[in-house]
Design a protein around this ligand. Structure first.
Ligand code: UD1
Length: 419
């Protein structure tokens, strides 16, 4: 199994190009199922999750062509199956995003239930309730969601009782080809939801209010094709900013959308970083400084992203002072704590709050990656630590970070992948 070897203690310096957003790429790829003509998708990140969703589309008979510049062309005209099998869904929960598009366009979808995952139970009840409100006939059978709507879906008014990102995306995709108007209340406001809406608008959908908590969708008869470039990844960007901050470095991110990183930038400034922002770049300077501890509470966008929580806990573990990080989105998203303990971090977990007493230096250790963002926090800790860190099970990292060791090495880190 592949591992990352990191020799820590080197301040990162230089420029890094931010890739397309995983969490926008996945729904946009599944939304291509709604297009009646070919679509071209650009700025796709090279990630395992993206490969998995492309594989899933391929299994359905969708023609997917990758050109030399890694743009993908998707043509649904030969689709022959409406099934998302367990073997793929179990490796990536976001496969649930095919449910809305398949059902609204083809009247049939059999999608394996994703089940639990490392960071919590993560049910999909709201996806199902919303589609039922739109007239779908849904049964849970042999581990599969069997959804049928032979006459198509009907617009409905639906209120999410908690904010769900992929739930909002699934219902928005279902609504674009439903008959009549759908109003989604308490919708997710994440930039990736807006990116998906912009893609659907480009195909000819009628959507208003994406980016607010009320999205109004008027169903249309068909969507066309077109070409679309994916939003830059704010979580990858945030992770590199923390990488520079934790190592006392100085870096510049390019191809980034600073407006999607407002809270992260604010917290890093509170932590002592000098940050400058341009239209599509962000620079951070932390030369010769020890970070100051910052408190964090995760919340749906525009709040602090749960996907950045682990990275900030790594930062706090070497910061000056005590901090509290409260995780409000997932019930079991602190698996990095026990690994950070192995590096000497002083963190206590009380319910959903991590109380961290910053220490001047972590020490390198052998570690185990447990989930995507937890793994990123271990890489950051390893970059800052004294001595050598070896991280096992790095397939988790490859799900969400494109060529992480190459990008970090470009910034001067001593990091290599060893099989
Ligand atoms: C998405 C992101 C993930 C991020 C998360 C929260 C993608 C592909 N993934 O995941 O990176 O960490 O948002 O920002 O975009 N819930 C229910 N019932 C449902 C749906 C969700 O109870 O039907 C709960 C979940 O268990 C969780 C909370 O709602 O506690 C938020 O989850 P949700 O926003 O749905 O996360 P994902 O869309 O799976």
């Amino acid at each position: 199994m592949e591992k990352l070897h990191i020799q820590g203690g080197i301040p990162l310096r230089g420029e890094v190009h931010i890739s397309g957003a995983k969490n926008a790429a996945l729904p946009i790829l599944t939304a291509s199922l709604l297009a009646y003509e070919p679509v071209k998708i650009k700025n796709l990140p090279h990630l395992q999750d993206v490969t998995t969703i492309i594989e899933l589309l391929g299994l359905m008979g969708v023609d997917v062509t990758l050109d030399e510049s890694c743009e993908v062309e998707i043509d649904t005209r030969n689709i022959s199956s409406f099934i998302a099998p367990y073997e793929l869904v179990k490796t990536m929960r976001a496969s649930i995003l095919v449910l809305g598009p398949l059902l609204t366009r083809y009247g049939s979808a059999d999608v394996s239930l994703p089940g639990g995952c490392a960071i919590g139970t993560r049910p999909v009840d709201l996806h199902i309730n919303g589609l039922q409100a739109m007239g779908a006939d849904i049964m849970l059978k042999e581990g599969y969601i069997r959804a049928r709507a032979p006459e198509g879906l009907k617009g409905a008014s639906f209120t999410f009782n908690l904010v769900t990102v992929t739930g909002t995306e699934n219902l928005m995709m279902a609504a674009v080809l439903a008959k009549g108007q759908t109003v989604l209340h308490n919708a997710a406001r994440e930039p990736e939801v807006i990116d998906l809406a912009n893609f659907l608008l480009m195909l000819g959908a009628d959507i208003q209010g994406a980016g607010t908590d009320t999205i109004v969708i008027n169903g249309v008869d068909r969507l066309s094709g077109g070409s679309y470039s994916i939003l830059p990844d704010r979580i990858e960007a945030g992770t590199y900013l923390v990488a520079a901050a934790i190592t006392g470095g100085k870096i510049k991110l390019t191809h980034v959308r600073p407006d999607t990183l407002t809270v992260v930038i604010e917290k890093l400034r509170l932590g002592g970083a000098d940050i400058e922002v341009g239209d599509d770049w962000i620079s951070l300077d932390m030369t010769n400084k020890r970070p100051k501890a910052v408190d964090i509470m995760t919340a749906p966008y525009p709040g602090f992203a749960t996907d950045m929580q682990a990275q900030f806990l790594a930062l706090n573990s070497i910061a000056d002072g005590e901090s509290r990080i409260v995780e409000n989105i997932f019930e079991n998203r602190f698996m990095h704590i026990q690994e950070l303990h192995r590096m000497g971090a002083k963190i206590q977990l009380q319910g959903n709050t991590a109380i961290c007493q910053g220490i001047p230096k972590l020490t390198g250790a052998p570690l185990m990656a447990t989930d995507l963002r937890a793994s990123a926090s271990l890489v950051l800790a390893g970059l800052a630590a004294e001595g050598k860190t070896i991280i096992d099970r790095i397939y988790h990292i490859d799900r969400g970070y494109e060529r992480i060791e190459e990008k970090l090495a470009q910034l001067g880190a001593k990091i290599k992948r060893v099989s």
